[in-house]
Design a protein around this ligand. Sequence first.
Ligand code: A3P
Length: 320
Amino acid sequence: MADSSELSKSMLDQLPTESFWDIPLYQWEGFWYRSYHLEATMALRSHFSSRDDDIILASPMKTGTTWLKALCFSIVNAANPDNETLAKTDEDHHRDPLVENHPAIYVQTLEVQVYSAKPPPDVSSMKSPRLFHTHLPYKALPDSIKTTNCKLVYIARNPKDTLVSMWHFFNKLRTPEQGPYPFEKAFELFINGVSHFGPFFDHVLQYWNQSLKSPDKVLFLKYEDLKRDPIGEVKKLALFLGKPFGDEKEVEDVIWRCSLERLKSLEVNKNGVDPWVGMQNSTYFRTGIVGDWKNMFSDEMSERLDQITEQKLMGSGLHF
Ligand code: A3P
């Protein structure tokens, strides 16, 4: 290998592979990756150095990443109006930067957007606090994220809605000729642990256990809790980030600014595309309904996944 951060073809050839929706995924250290995500992960692990005041968001796919990005960005910048990112996009400091760009522009995913660039970017000059996101399992994170005092915020979601959200998302990437991927096949892959950055339960449990061990470092949130009690959960999040709200009005304002209804209706999210792969911003905003799985699951599927969920989470203290 020319560079230790590069993933050689021969390394890839040695990894177990599975077809996920006709997309090859590679299994590395127990988790499934696209080849280019794995390559960026190697670069991230070689080059990224975390700082004590970094904020790292983490999630499996389709569990509320975009919502969490919007919320954390708004919380951090509400208390820090001179932040460079805000200043660049919002000259008078009064308008909301979320009007200008999809939340993923402000909080980039390390192994998807940041370290996919070649050569790897120098993020050391970014102003504190730096906000990043990752889909990586806890074990695969660069050591500095684990050893510095940086904060980690994780968002999980019940596995049934996660799978349905994933099915809708990946169907958007298919051509009309291909048509939607059979949901039964997607279900079998998911329950067998095969999905981007899966197995889902291993991913969730690694962060859950870490949040129990180090509650000051890792905050574990659930999509359903945020939906049920946004005020309570967003206050908890702000407190964890060291940016408590002054009054109830501020909390309500952030919740409104980051709400699905509002973000979905913004011009940038209706018609914009991401600058990396040209994906429509609208793909990230759908219904956000808790229990949407009922429209897709058969009774048998529901029972099977309930049993698997119970087995996997047994004794962990985690429930969906
Ligand atoms: P549904 O497909 O169930 O509607 P991710 O951001 O991790 O890709 O997750 C996408 C899911 O979060 C989608 O769920 C999407 O509709 C929902 N979502 C996106 N933005 C949201 C927001 N601001 N508030 C609540 N849910 C949101």
